[in-house]
Design a protein around this ligand. Structure first.
Ligand code: HBI
Ligand code: FE
Length: 287
């Protein structure tokens, strides 16, 4: 992704910066409220219940951009996690190191009004509304830490790309089964008005049962709605399939096999929904 490896001026060696909550403007707080109101209306019926519980425990419906100090008091009490501010994307190993130590890095800036629905660099709304509520869930909290620890090991093995795909298809764009229903949990979805609808309701994307090796081989797109989503059974099951296994043999196969194209379905996939890919085709995608 677009991060530079040069420490930005004013950042500590671990790339953190002060949030400087007092310096947000009235317009910036209003922007947060506007984004929050939109998601708060649609999420209750769509998102995994643990997300709503996290919002509640963290008192996140309080108006305005959250003050990390205040959020951290409640978050730390719940699961030992903390939020730290960073200038933008940070290098992979810095990112993994923070997660491995139960620190979630969040942008301090908020998107301008012209980019209400779409931006590539994660802002504070994506990072905090999207990622932080689930850090209150003890099992998801452990998954995030395990991801950071796995990332540090993967970096030494040259397997960062496989790990990035795992992050993408779980932490950012994951779905979870809820009986005969599917629910949202990925931060990239829950922080996006359009994708919160698309990921669950649209006939276009595939919805495929989570399989670690399959996910680690699957390319993804960063410029539009996903063409495939992967469905976990539960956070417990996700943790079991990732932290509690020897990734060595999986990495071996991922290294040897070709990547799987965006939007592809395989005969071995456990298919919840075979997507029409109508949206992707209408928006100029070729696969
Ligand atoms: N930096 N601030 C920030 N946020 C991210 O989500 C992030 C990052 N650096 C690297 C990264 N994500 C991913 O590429 C890793 O999962 C591999
Ligand atoms: Fe994110």
């Amino acid at each position: 992704m677009g991060s530079t490896d040069f420490l930005p001026p004013g950042a500590a060696p671990d790339w953190t910066i002060p949030q400087e909550w007092a310096s947000y403007t009235g317009e910036e707080h209003e922007m947060w409220d506007r984004l929050f109101a939109r998601q708060a209306e649609m999420l209750p019926t769509r998102v995994v219940p643990a997300f709503m519980e996290g919002l509640d425990v963290l008192r996140m419906s309080k108006p305005g951009i959250p003050d990390f100090e205040e959020l951290n008091e409640r978050l730390h009490r719940a699961t030992g996690w903390q939020i730290v501010a960073v200038p933008g994307l940070v290098p992979d190993e810095i990112f993994f190191e923070h997660l491995a130590n139960r620190r979630f890095v969040a942008g301090r800036f908020i998107r301008p009004a012209e980019q209400l629905d779409y931006l590539q660099e994660p802002d504070i709304f994506h990072d905090v509304l999207g990622h932080v509520p689930l850090l209150v869930h003890p099992v998801f909290a452990d998954y995030m830490q395990a991801y950071g620890q796995g990332g540090l090991r993967a970096a030494k093995l040259g397997m960062i790309e496989a790990l990035a795909r795992l992050y993408w298809y779980t932490v950012e764009f994951g779905l979870v089964r809820d009986g005969d229903d599917l629910k949202l949990y990925g931060a990239g979805i829950v922080s996006s008005y359009g994708e919160s609808l698309f990921a669950l309701d649209d006939p276009s994307p595939n919805r495929i049962g989570f399989d670690l090796e399959r996910v680690m081989r699957s390319r993804y797109r960063i410029d539009d709605y996903q063409q495939s989503y992967f469905v976990i059974e539960s956070f417990e099951d996700l943790l079991r399939q990732t932290r509690d296994v020897d990734l060595g043999p999986i990495y071996e196969r991922v290294r040897e096999l070709e990547p799987i194209e965006v939007g592809a379905l395989l005969p071995t996939d456990r298919v919840f929904h075979a997507g029409t890919q109508g949206y992707a085709r209408a928006n100029g995608v070729t696969s």
